[in-house]
Design a protein around this ligand. Sequence first.
Ligand SMILES: Nc1ncnc2c1ncn2[C@@H]1O[C@H](COP(=O)(O)OP(=O)(O)OP(=O)(O)O)[C@@H](O)[C@H]1O
Ligand SMILES: [Mg+2]
Length: 335
Amino acid sequence: MIIKRISLTNFRNQSSFNLDCKKDTTLILGPNGYGKTSVLEAIYILTRGKSFRATDPDIKKRETDFYRIELTTDSGEKRVATFDGDNKVFVISDKKTRRLGKADKYPVILFLPSDLNLIGGSPSRHRDYFDRFFSQISEEYNTSLSKYEKALKQRNEILKNENMSPSSLFSWNILLAKYGTIIHRVRKELVDKINKELADTYFSIADKKDQIFLSYKTDVKNDSESEYLKTLESNLNKDVILGHTSFGVHRDDFDFIFNDKVAEGSASRGEGRTVILALKFIEARMITNLLNQKPIILLDDVFSELDETRRRFLVKNFKDNQIIITSVEKIKLDY
Ligand SMILES: Nc1ncnc2c1ncn2[C@@H]1O[C@H](COP(=O)(O)OP(=O)(O)OP(=O)(O)O)[C@@H](O)[C@H]1O
Ligand SMILES: [Mg+2]
């Protein structure tokens, strides 16, 4: 898919905004608060189904009744999303739907300024990052994750109730064990895949031999659903006291190991950024190979944070993809 034009109505601060995109690289230039990230957000909603930073009521322009976003592609496909204050409806090539199914989604690689600090982030930020990554690659992961999160929420609600009976947890335990085991397995498999490429990709950007790998940290011991269930149940007393679920993949973390040490505190800021850049390339490569679709690259304000070598690398590496970049200052793109 190549985006030809994107139009926003009552979206964030914009009453009406249109952008014609180029096949290769489009630059959205504007001061802080202009609405640059919002344009990427609209593209993200129309390709992935929901925003990467907010829910629809926050996105709709204040004091208006609805928002509408529209995207047309090179091949004439039209995608529309409208939100009326309560519900969002997509129209994808004249077909109406409430959520984007697998076939309606299109892969994007989103690069946010906060990604550059991912290495030092909290476990929940690490999980969010890899969840987004893995959900694009594996539909099994995507659906298991959303079912797991729903079940977890329900179980935690029950645990907060002082008069709850343990038997009321049973059906949620079963679901958590089922989907938690899948999530654990896919995380393990994909981290292994990433690690096969990480050191070489890092080297190709940094031109410096460092040992780098991603470590998946989890309390889940193996791929056995029944063992997962047993551990979950054995933590019941603890969970009742805490009022939430203490065991499971929602507590996993991902660490970057740099020359045998946790990267946070040992890798320099620049080295950390190179690791993230390498990760983005791996993500793009995996998506291209697995889905046979070229992801759209959305770069939000990250250019100013990278040095010349890394900027050049970024543009060159994505030369076959459509890239949409936001920036507050003019940037050189003809590498
Ligand atoms: N629901 C809303 N209604 C009206 N305005 C909003 C709404 N949500 C956000 N805004 C405003 O819209 C503007 C655009 O936000 P956006 O994040 O897209 O800006 P930006 O150009 O990316 O800025 P920066 O360069 O600081 O990243 C901001 O001024 C924000 O306060
Ligand atoms: Mg912005």
